[in-house]
Design a binder for this molecule. Structure first.
Ligand code: FES
Length: 370
């Protein structure tokens, strides 16, 4: 441990920590934009600058390590003025369309501009510099006019999803984030996981499926566990008027953090799909739409087999009866049980009990062995 001072307060920091980490450890707030705790710091945006005693320049707190005896000011007049200027430079190339922007209310640039009373300078660029909704990706909406070049998308894609879809092209005023060699995202190996969207601090990358469907304050967030596989990823469902309209990463998810796969993040439209099965179905022989069976066997009357919705206890009774019939007539080993990675461990354990102890067979396997 080493001794440093932040804003006159003596604190201990771990050797090798950055100023930002030391400050955060002691509850001292330093604003950031390009920094995210999940990603390697890049020191791009200069929002986190602080004044270090004896230093000639302001230092980016997210990439500057502490040393013993260091004295730091996080909110001096010089620092505050510098941050405001940085924000104004970003806003100079940023559309002033917060009123219709989907991420308004959750935009980190907007929050900081409000805090530092920064607005777009009159000499800023006029009009869109890039096409809006410029990529055909079915899930991810790209609007590089709103990009602040923080490169979080680049880091998230490279470090979390390890796909390296995003990169930086050109330099200076023309610098821009591109997929691959400036090709559509899917051509640049994108697998539509949406990690870049989750880490984007502005509306440059957003979700196509629910774009324009709700403002942040109109949405209730409900934390849940993904039902697609047994990994147990958590995320927040975005619910508006009792309808699920989207999925958002929950940074506190214990298994996956902010990461989600394409199914977890974008495969939620089955929830309110009109063809979704909500009750069990059994096969019945129908004639003119009405059941026509003799003990479940096809009758001689002309009709057809079809699926009929029944209550759970009816379906379970039929399944149990069939199990017992087969076991009694052909032996327990004529039955086999195949479980699923979509079930929880507990459900798989219960299936094991059902097969071995209730039915009496060791014929049980799991789809994940494939
Ligand atoms: Fe430190 Fe961007 S947050 S430079």
């Amino acid at each position: 441990m080493i001794n440093i001072k932040i804003n006159g307060q003596s604190i201990q920091a771990e050797s090798g920590q950055t100023i930002l980490q030391a400050a955060q450890m002691h509850g001292i707030e330093v604003p950031t934009l390009c920094y995210h705790k999940d990603l390697n710091p890049t020191g791009n945006c200069r929002m986190c600058v602080v004044e270090v005693k004896g230093g000639r320049f302001l230092q980016a707190a997210c990439v500057t390590p502490v040393w013993d005896g260091m004295e730091i000011q996080t909110h001096s007049e010089k620092v505050t003025k510098d941050r405001k200027l940085t924000l104004e430079l970003m806003l100079a190339n940023h559309p002033q369309d917060c009123i219709t922007c989907d991420v308004s209310g959750e935009c980190e640039l907007q929050d900081l501009a409000y805090e530092y009373k920064a607005s777009a300078p009159t000499w800023g660029s006029k009009g869109a510099r890039y096409p809006v909704d410029s990529d055909p990706n079915p899930f991810i909406r790209v609007d590089m006019n709103r990009c602040i070049l923080c490169r979080r998308c680049v880091s998230a894609c490279a470090e979390i999803q390890v796909r390296d879809v995003w990169g930086v092209a050109k330099r200076g005023f023309d610098e821009v984030i591109v997929a691959g060699a400036n090709v559509p995202m899917l051509e640049a190996r994108c697998e539509s996981c949406g990690q870049c969207v989750a880490y984007c601090p502005t509306g440059a990358l957003s979700n196509k499926m629910n774009y324009g469907m709700a403002r942040t304050h109109q949405v209730k967030k409900v934390t849940t566990t993904c039902s697609y596989c047994g990994v147990g990823c958590q995320f927040d469902l975005l619910v508006k008027n009792d309808k699920v309209i989207g999925v958002q990463s929950n940074p506190n998810a214990p298994v996956n953090g902010m990461a989600l796969c394409v199914k977890g993040r974008y495969g939620y439209d089955y929830v309110h799909h009109p063809e979704r099965l909500k009750k069990p179905r059994v096969r019945r022989y129908l004639l003119d739409g009405r059941p026509k069976t003799v003990d479940g066997q096809r009758s001689t009357v002309d009709g057809h087999w079809d699926w009929v919705e029944v209550e759970w206890d009816v379906a379970l009774d039929i399944a149990a009866k069939k199990f017992m019939e087969i076991r009694d007539n052909f032996g327990a080993d004529s039955l086999g049980f195949l479980t699923s990675a979509k079930c929880t461990n507990e459900e798989n354990f219960l299936m094991n009990k059902l097969a071995r102890q209730v039915v009496g067979t060791n014929n049980i396997d799991h789809c994940a062995r494939l």
